[in-house]
Design a protein around this ligand. Structure first.
Ligand code: ANZ
Ligand code: ZN
Length: 825
């Protein structure tokens, strides 16, 4: 047979698979009682769908897609009903900024980019069911995104707010906290400002606790779970009320250390705290106060709270509060390190037991008076002068002193007792509600109408989708209004409630909206009466394997879990979590070790690699590079090594030496084959693709010189098929099969060789392995020795010689040393 020509082979099989719809998942697999597939177990593998950017794919992008492709191909061969879909996440800033830069309508740009992405992906031989392809910018898709918004609105989980938000002066839009990189816009790097802008907000905080506890059951990388925990930031503490002297008002503070109440020396409010305005008549230094407030408002949270930054503040002169424990009057301050959105936006400061409070006290000590320590380490003393001098507060737990009836109590109990007497136990979350509107064109219109008489009126469901109109300029206006505001025919509508003159909401949804629920739409992409059919949802959910980049650890993966839990609450889905198992993909770095980017000129285009070396080589190489979740630099040399391996496979199968008769493999060959079957299956299952491929390479090396049996070659090709689907199908056909190898069943590692816990012990004679013994469980030296003496192979090597030593390394190896006639003589 001719040499391996990847161009010919790959084109042939791609066309054939497409013509035969090899990878189409039946629509009614679960629900049609007549469907022959109805009883099959399902496997739903999901890739994080891409933004179709204008640059096309580089070789790093498909790494995750190759992994799910390998995985699902194996699952299909193992008899599962597989769902492996793909689509496009095409709303949002990246697509819009690209369109603006290149002066084309975003819709046109997106269409063009999708066509390009799809063409590139199709070269890689993926088993996607393209009949389920979806696009978040398709009105038939975003109709349901809008539908979910209306449901959230109906349940009081979407609301309008006018508080200052993050504003990117370059992208000219508001941003959620999650969209910041420190104090800068994550998209363009511009430092963001605080601006009060009318915006829509989703009450994700109502789900904080469930988002946290739900993590426990998930098979996700620990690092991603940890980022979510940190992002949610749950803190158990208490709220305590401090009366304001001569006012019928109180200040409620949040603290994680209510046990330190008797040491609270002053109160600090955030500059935004509403009490600041309310107390104005009694504040003697109002000019100074208002000046400080103004400056604080312009700052980013991160600049206000950063570790190293010096903390500043201003006393509210004329105001004092009463420490409810000691009954003493204490000063009230404002300081920008106290954030308005956390806890109650007010704190009690305890210099003896909190580092930050101590540093602040040292700075303003003349105005803040004396403080005392109230928590003591068991059996030890604390000296205030020493605390001040070393700036080392005692922040640990201990025994209470100077705390009236709580003296002698331990911190743990005091926390509860003091909270009960002076306030209440309270849990706080750092997570904030999700700023859900953008002042941009390219997003889902928010489906509400503002009516002067009725207020906010939801667009009736029957009128969905509210489609994006065409505009002359889609560039941001910078006026806190989206470009949609300029299209009066679109904006001015009848109020659905009173028939009066209403105006459409002109803000659009953030780019994360469409990806909050897309995995549901794949199950039922053409349904135009509901988001997803209940039976299909029941069959396919949850997603069994979700693969994508770790950069989505907080945003996408928190938002999608939030929407899913909401959809669960309103009965659309039956599982509490969408993604059971998550696997992150490591980056493919450029050959120079840098991130692949147009900026560095180090991008490798998959089309070129496919053309020169073949998609199978590219696929196998990317899975072979190293541990899947690690970032690893591309190496053309190593890729060429993989190509050579495939050439050797080609020769091995096509060189005419295959024995077509009965299986003549020796026991040793069988052990190797079954070991390989077991290893490759287990490794794919746990996404250790690199070691699966090594096992396939070792197998070929060790069997190449022998005459292969038909059974063993067939099994071997099946193991290769998920990685290199084109060449595998070609060689399969070459062996006389007419049905695609991808519809064959996965080889079994025979229990005879691979009982659970089975042990193989190589046996050496004078340092060379001559046989392998198989046991059901860990054998003793006697058991191995007995079997060794029955092995014909071993006996042949022993011949007439005497055995001088037998060494057994438990579970590893058994060695015989024979009498050496020349030794020592
Ligand atoms: C008194 C106290 C005494 C505190 C002490 C700590 C140690 P986490 O762990 O993040 O929940 N705090 C409360 N609200 C705040 C806000 N809006 N901005 C800035 N700081 C705030 O931190 C909780 C602690 O951070 C609270 O407990 C409070 O200081 C401060 F020995 O109260 B603590
Ligand atoms: Zn109205």
């Amino acid at each position: 047979m001719s040499a391996y020509d990847h161009r010919k082979v790959e084109k042939k099989w791609r066309e054939k698979w497409e013509k035969e719809n090899l990878y189409r998942t039946p629509e009614d697999s679960s629900i049609g009682p007549t469907s022959e597939d109805s009883g099959k177990k399902k496997f739903y593998a999901l890739d994080m769908f891409p933004y179709p950017s204008g640059d096309g794919l580089h070789v790093g992008h498909p790494k995750g897609y190759i992994a799910t492709d390998v995985y699902t191909r194996m699952k299909r061969m193992q008899g599962y009903q597989v769902l492996h879909p793909m689509g496009w996440d095409a709303f949002g800033l990246p697509a819009e900024n690209y369109a603006i830069k290149n002066k084309i309508h975003p819709r046109v740009a997106v269409e063009k980019n999708i066509a390009r992405f799809k063409e590139q992906l199709s070269l890689l031989g993926f088993n996607y069911d393209w009949t389920r392809e979806l696009n978040t910018t398709d009105p038939e898709y975003y109709r349901w995104t809008q539908w979910v918004f209306l449901r959230l609105l109906g349940k009081g989980l979407a609301y309008e707010s006018n508080e200052p938000i993050n504003w990117c002066p370059s992208c000219k839009t508001g941003l959620a906290n999650e969209d910041l990189d420190g104090d800068s816009c994550e998209r363009c790097g511009t430092k963001v400002e605080k601006r009060p802008v009318r915006q829509w907000v989703l009450k994700i905080t109502d789900y904080a606790d469930r988002l946290l506890s739900g993590l426990e059951k998930l098979d996700w990388p620990e690092s991603i779970k940890e980022s979510q925990r940190n992002w949610i930031g749950k803190s158990e503490g208490a709220e305590i009320d401090f009366p304001i002297k001569d006012y019928d008002k109180k200040i409620t503070i949040f603290t994680t250390r209510p046990d330190t109440l008797f040491g609270a020396t002053y109160i600090v409010l955030s500059p935004e705290h509403p009490l600041v305005q309310e107390l104005k008549p009694s504040i003697n230094n109002w000019d100074e106060v208002i000046y400080y407030v103004k400056i604080a408002l312009a700052k980013q949270d991160i600049d206000r709270t950063a570790e190293g930054k010096e903390k500043t503040g201003v006393a509210l002169k004329g105001i004092s509060a009463v420490n409810p424990g000691t009954g003493e009057n204490i000063p009230v301050w404002i300081a920008d390190y106290v954030l308005p959105h956390y806890g109650t936006g007010a704190i009690m400061a305890v210099p003896a037991h909190d580092e930050r409070d101590l540093r602040f006290w040292k700075k303003y000590r003349e105005q803040l008076g004396k403080f005392s320590a109230v928590i003591y380490p068991d059996g030890a003393e604390l000296e205030i002068p020493q605390i001040i001098e070393t700036a080392a507060a005692y922040t640990r737990e201990g025994i209470l002193r100077n705390s009236a009836e709580f003296n002698g109590m331990e911190s743990g109990r005091a926390r509860i007792e003091i909270s009960k007497k002076y306030g209440r136990l309270k849990t706080a979350y750092h997570l904030q509600d999700w700023i859900f509107s953008r002042q941009r064109y390219w997003g889902e219109p928010i489906p509400v109408i503002h009516c002067p008489a009725c207020g906010v009126v939801p667009v009736p469901e029957k009128d969905l989708p509210v489609t994006l109109p065409d505009v002359a300029t889609y560039e941001p206006t910078g006026t806190e209004e989206s470009p949609l505001a300029g299209i009066s025919e679109w904006v001015n509508v009848e109020c659905p409630r009173c028939g009066g003159k209403g105006k459409r909401e002109t803000n659009t949804m953030p780019q994360w909206a469409g990806s909050c629920w897309y995995y549901l739409r794949y199950l039922d992409p053409k349904n135009n009466t509901e988001l997803v059919n209940r039976e299909k949802e029941k069959y396919w959910l949850p997603v069994d394997l979700y693969v994508g980049g770790a950069e989505h650890a907080t945003r996408h993966l928190i938002y999608a879990r939030f929407w899913h839990k909401f959809l669960y609450d309103i009965g659309v889905v039956h599982t509490e979590e969408p993604f059971t198992r998550l696997q992150s993909v490591g980056l493919v770095l450029a050959e120079d070790g840098k991130k692949m980017s147009k900026r560095w000129g180090n991008v490798i285009n998959p089309d070129d690699i496919v053309e020169r070396f073949g998609a199978d080589t590219l696929r196998m190489y990317e899975m072979f590079m190293g541990p899947f979740s690690q970032s690893i630099a591309w190496s053309t040399d190593n890729m060429v090594g993989v190509r050579r391996f495939l050439e050797r496979v080609w020769e091995y199968v096509t060189d005419g030496s295959v024995s077509l008769g009965a299986d003549e493999s020796s026991d040793e060959q069988k052990v190797l084959l079954h070991k390989t079957v077991k290893k490759v299956g287990d490794d794919i299952e746990s996404m250790r693709f690199n070691t699966a491929i090594s096992a396939l390479m070792i197998y070929l090396n060790e069997t190449k010189s022998r005459k292969p049996s038909r059974q063993s070659i067939e099994a071997y090709l099946k193991l290769l098929a998920p990685f290199v689907p084109h060449i595998a199908d070609e060689l399969w056909e070459e062996m006389g099969h007419t049905k695609s190898i991808h519809l064959e069943s996965w080889p079994m590692a025979e229990p005879r060789y691979f009982k659970a816990g089975s042990v193989t012990i190589p046996v050496q004679v004078d340092g060379k392995v001559r046989d392998v013994m198989i046991f059901d469980s860990l054998p003793t030296k006697e058991e191995v020795g007995k079997k060794v003496k029955q092995s014909e192979k071993i006996l042949r090597f022993i011949g007439d010689k005497k055995i001088v030593r037998e060494v057994y390394v438990e579970g590893k190896i058994y060695s015989l040393v024979l009498e050496n006639l020349t030794e020592g003589s």
